[in-house]
Design a protein around this ligand. Structure first.
Ligand SMILES: Nc1ncnc2c1ncn2[C@@H]1O[C@H](COP(=O)(O)OP(=O)(O)OP(=O)(O)O)[C@@H](O)[C@H]1O
Ligand SMILES: [Mg+2]
Length: 150
């Protein structure tokens, strides 16, 4: 298992019903790898693959898992039309690749995961609670999550 999956699996242990995990990182940074580990950590045996063309994949673990990839949608309303608010409110776990592209829709208390590094490079994975650029993320600085990898 790559380190990125392991970091996702560790975060899974910290999650509660209704949590939203907002993933940020370039093409190939490892967002889907992180989700794969996280989903496994939530106990699913389902195959995790990029939902780039179907927008939302659903897995069944100890909590329902909604896996979105919003790389392609052209507008926020397209994401809302997927039933975005209902997914968030469903009591499952919502994982959003490219969440920075829909930042205005991401709940204030989301957990932001930022992955840097490409190819064979080691990855830096920063995990922080709070809106991107918001008070918690900026002032809080350090992560509250033991799954943090530096
Ligand atoms: N820590 C790591 N070390 C080495 N390779 C890694 C690491 N993490 C992920 N990878 C590899 O990087 C590649 C891209 O990973 P992944 O598909 O998860 O990225 P992504 O951010 O979801 O990409 P996309 O933007 O296309 O959705 C995969 O081959 C994966 O195995
Ligand atoms: Mg991906």
């Amino acid at each position: 298992m790559v380190e990125t999956e392991r970091a996702g699996e560790e975060l899974a242990a910290e999650l509660h019903p209704g949590d939203v995990v907002a993933l940020v990182g370039e093409l190939g940074a490892g967002k889907t790898s992180f989700v794969r580990g996280l989903a496994r950590g939530l106990g699913t045996g389902d195959v995790v693959s990029s939902p780039t063309f179907v927008l939302v994949n659903q897995y069944r673990g100890r909590l329902a898992i909604h896996h979105l990839d919003v790389y392609r949608p052209a507008s926020l309303s397209e994401v809302l039309d997927l039933g975005f608010d209902e997914l968030i409110a469903s009591g499952g776990i919502t994982l959003i690749e490219w969440a920075d592209r829909i930042a205005p829709l991401v709940p204030r208390d989301a957990i932001w995961v930022r992955i840097t590094g490409l190819g064979n490079e080691p990855r830096e994975i920063r995990i922080e609670a709070g809106r991107e650029g918001g008070e918690v993320g900026r002032e809080g600085g350090e992560s509250d999550f033991p799954g943090d990898v530096d």
